[in-house]
Design a protein around this ligand. Sequence first.
Ligand code: HEC
Length: 105
Amino acid sequence: MKAIYASTLLSLTMTLAVSAFADEKAQEIISGRGCVACHATDSQRVGPSYKAISEHYDHNEETVAFLVDRIRRGGAGSFGKVPMPPNGKVSEEEARVIVEWIFTL
Ligand code: HEC
């Protein structure tokens, strides 16, 4: 019983540590790549809030791949007519970190 409790606690702690790391990494990329000019976590700016993006999609591998592509290539039509320009300096791996963070919101 005790062992089960300890391993549950351990995996919970690890999950929290991983998400804290992902959060920090995502923030670093977002602030380093100019996304802040158009996006905020809770409020609409030029683009939708990250929370609105998270709520707009089912969270699965397909939507992650779609958004990774959207971040890198830009696009329009998901939230309105205002397009997002391509963010060419963001690598696929960085975009994935951002999308995975967005889906925690
Ligand atoms: C010049 C303003 C601008 C910048 C800079 C910008 N975005 Fe956007 N973003 C937008 C707009 C506008 C939309 C809505 C596009 C649409 O309706 O399809 C959007 C949409 C998105 C979406 C959802 C795409 C979809 O099709 O649902 C994600 C994810 C996103 N942005 C992430 C980012 C990240 C990460 C960065 C930084 C690397 C970034 N954006 C930089 C304006 C911007």
